[in-house]
Design a binder for this molecule. Structure first.
Ligand code: BGC
Length: 509
């Protein structure tokens, strides 16, 4: 999961690391852009009956990306402008140059064999000035979507993924309720423009990560520190924006693009980071973890299923402005779940409003674990790796919200091909276990198709199934990509793969 805890520290790391990008030891080929796509690859390999772990025939096998993190060169975005202001240079740069290489990326998705590909649209490109829509960019994204559809893959389209046009920032960003109407107009236009090609829509990626990152940790442009009322206000505005966009999309996208009988299937992608007390017997930590879990993970799902709003995020729906809003109710067609890890929460009075505590991300180890943190399995960004948590949350969220689940992101920052392969298999085992428990999991989308711009960590974290050489944008296969491709083509995990990746990677300090 992308996090913005103590962004100041991240900014310093970023400064030290520069944006040239790390090199990967995972890739096993380095080829020219289109050569990473194997033209002769037989993408219609029959599922083998010998899978040790099988999945339903109609399971959605996918990969996930975002526009800003892959495209590059988005000068009208508030994130680019912010970087320019802080560093006096464009640290976001060309990313993976997917703005130009979208056909290449669609080829890679096809090579993997996936049947769904999560892509994004950058609002700042579509509407670079308030109310002025750019026809050339609308046409550009049509080509991007056509490239996906043309390869027999369903597109899932995200409309907002942490970035805004600079003019949105200038009008007060998501604290200004005017932004709701601006977003809904843009969402309606997108559904009208591409509804004939797209059935799966995600209005907003991780609204609560954005709201909390913005207001509690100053992790996005226009942010503040420890300002809980701001986080509650932004998440409330985003919930209304989602709900109104949901209704707008349903109204204008009436074309069933893939012939499955549904024309618009709409949700958000929500990061689920289960919160646990840092000290299991400490009453303060227990309460902080409970409120963290409520506000960060569940509140938005409660509101968008029941219509009951908790506008100040304090855990009840009885304050002024709270209560039932019909337009919010029933506006999730499925639960879009992004899963990376769980988190320990340490009670610290006066920090982050009703949560009254801090999440123990690695940057906060010196506070959470003053005597040293015990070693644990983690990705390059320090996030713990916990497939068992994945199974638990799938069962828990299915029980609580009674909606189908699509895994809209799951991935690990690593350059180690064995690690990524093992990670994928262990998380798919968790999905299989949830299916066996009766959970309606419709699909799994790995984050990410290619290495990309990892926000405040820039190019230092690699999540790609395909390695990207940042100076040249050349894509190449990784061991993780090959493993995922074998699984997707077979519709499950073979005994051979289970044996090959049976041992957990060693725990490092
Ligand atoms: C975000 C992505 C990010 C990923 C890995 C997710 O929470 O949606 O933008 O790259 O985490 O940190």
């Amino acid at each position: 999961m992308h996090r913005d805890f103590l962004p100041l520290i991240c900014l310093l790391i970023l400064f030290a690391a520069g944006c040239g990008g790390a090199t990967s030891g995972e890739n096993d080929q380095t080829t020219a852009d289109d050569d990473a796509h194997d033209q002769d690859d037989d993408t219609t390999v029959e599922p083998t009956p010998s899978n040790a772990i099988d999945f339903p025939d109609d399971f959605l096998w996918g990969v996930s990306t975002s526009a800003f993190q892959t495209e590059g060169g988005n000068v009208n975005s508030d994130f680019t402008q912010w970087m320019l202001k802080v560093f006096h240079r464009d640290l976001c740069g060309e990313a993976a140059d997917s703005y130009d290489l979208y056909e290449t990326d669609a080829n890679l998705a096809q090579d993997l064999g996936v049947n769904i590909y999560r892509i994004g649209i950058e609002w700042a490109r579509i509407e670079p000035q308030k109310g002025k829509y750019d026809e050339a960019e609308i046409e550009h994204y049509r080509k991007v979507i056509e490239a996906v559809v043309g390869r027999g893959i369903k597109p899932m389209v995200t409309l907002h993924h942490f970035t805004n046009p600079q003019w949105v920032q200038d009008q007060g960003g998501w604290r200004n309720a005017e932004t709701i109407a601006s977003f809904v107009a843009y969402a309606r236009l997108m559904a009208k423009s591409y509804g004939d090609l797209v059935d799966y829509w995600l209005t907003i990626n991780e609204p609560i990560i954005y709201a909390s990152g913005l207001c509690l940790m100053a992790g996005y442009p226009g942010g503040s520190i420890n300002n809980f009322p701001c986080a509650a206000e932004v998440s409330t505005n985003m919930m209304f924006a989602h709900a109104r966009a949901y209704h707008a999309i349903k109204e204008v996208d009436t074309t069933d693009a893939d012939g499955d009988g549904e024309s618009a299937i709409v949700s958000i992608a929500q990061a689920i980071v289960p919160g646990y007390p840092r000290r299991p017997d400490n009453a303060g930590d227990i309460e902080s973890a409970r409120m963290y879990d409520y506000f960060m993970n569940k509140m938005i799902f409660y509101t968008l299923t029941t219509g009951e709003l908790d506008a100040n995020g304090d855990g009840d729906t009885t304050d002024e402005g709270d209560g039932y809003y019909e337009e919010l109710a029933g506006t999730l067609d499925f639960l879009g779940v992004n899963f990376y890890n769980s988190i320990k929460v340490l009670h610290v009075p006066l920090i982050f409003g009703p949560i009254a505590g801090i999440p123990c991300y690695p940057e906060a180890n010196f506070i959470c674990y003053p005597h040293g943190r015990p070693p644990y399995l983690h990705g390059d960004n320090g996030n713990p790796i916990e497939p068992e948590e994945f199974h638990k949350l799938l069962v828990d969220y299915a029980d609580e919200f009674h909606l189908p689940i699509v895994i809209t992101e799951n991935g690990v920052a690593t350059t180690d091909g064995y690690f990524r392969s093992w990670f994928i298999i262990e998380h798919l085992k968790a999905v299989r276990a949830a299916l066996d428990d009766g959970v309606d999991v419709r699909g799994y989308m790995h984050w990410s198709l290619i290495d990309n711009f990892e926000w405040l960590m820039a190019y230092t974290m690699r999540f790609g199934l395909f390695h990207v050489d940042f100076p040249t944008s050349i894509r190449s296969w990784t061991e993780g990509g090959e493993t995922y491709s074998a699984i997707v083509h077979a519709g499950g995990v073979s005994q051979e793969l289970l044996d090959r990746y049976a041992d957990a990677p060693p725990v490092s300090e």
